[in-house]
Design a protein around this ligand. Sequence first.
Ligand SMILES: *[C@@H]1O[C@H](CO)[C@@H](O)[C@H](O)[C@H]1NC(C)=O
Ligand SMILES: *[C@@H]1O[C@H](CO)[C@@H](O)[C@H](O)[C@H]1NC(C)=O
Length: 306
Amino acid sequence: MMKSIFYSRFFILLPWVLIVIIVIDIDTKRSSVRNTAHSYLSRLSSAPRRDAAVHAPNRTAPPPPLIYAITPTYSRAVQKAELTRLANTFRQVPHFHWIVVEDSASRTELVSRFLARGRVPYTHLHVLTPRRFKRAGMPRATEQRNAALSWLRAHRTATDSGVVFFADDDNTYSLELFEEMRSTKGVSVWPVGLVGGRRYERPIVEKGKVVGWYTGWKADRPFAIDMAGFAVNLQVILDNPRALFKRRGAKPGMQESDFLKQITKLEDLEPKARNCTQVLVWHTRTEKVNLGNEPKRHQDSVLIEV
Ligand SMILES: *[C@@H]1O[C@H](CO)[C@@H](O)[C@H](O)[C@H]1NC(C)=O
Ligand SMILES: *[C@@H]1O[C@H](CO)[C@@H](O)[C@H](O)[C@H]1NC(C)=O
């Protein structure tokens, strides 16, 4: 009886062991061409454990870190269209939690219905931006992003594994981006397309480390990066309870840099997307809609949510 169990376990595991051995073999062969004998040996000793973790079925393994995407949003003609585009992407991402923060005095019907009908796990928050901050030249969505950070600090603990990402509603996200950021240990970075008056901006990476910024705008910012260009491990958010987006003294375009300064250093950034050579997110921005023909009187006889 014990023996037959032993043999059946053995034959179930055997193909996996073979796959792991083959993968290790291919991996080390490839690196032996590229690398020196020294790094060949160091890879050989570190490779098996990593590959085994990927290939061996392990029912007790912890689930992958949850991705918390924080999306500030506000009422406007294109709001539902933008949120729909995001939801269509996000519902395809496993282990995902969407934190939607409305700039409003209460949760609006439109967004409440939208989230309830969608198939994306979510938390729906709201905070009204004080009137004095609603001016051109003021950074936007500060209160909303901070509300999401406060929610995480109040509802998640040191045992939760997660990665926090600021997913504005006017961008386009590829699915690969989420698998890239999922392994973020501290703060990870990657290129962003169609931003800063360029086809793309990106962190400049040398020998696997971020050393500077390829950007067309204020290159002397400590972290010259767009909101869509970085992710932060949940524990970094919890370990730095005072790290927030600042109102006082903040200028538009400095929000990201001011925030990252509080939680990381340039040399600690983790480059993703093939050492920051791949664009996986685009700052698309929706064209300002023309509502010039909206009737003032004689409106449609039914009320339609757009
Ligand atoms: C499965 O994963 C858990 C948690 O990572 C680990 O403690 C355990 O040793 C693993 N078991 C096997 C058979 O690899
Ligand atoms: C990034 O660069 C480092 C150092 O040059 C290299 O070891 C690593 O394999 C590169 N990563 C990727 C994903 O290309």
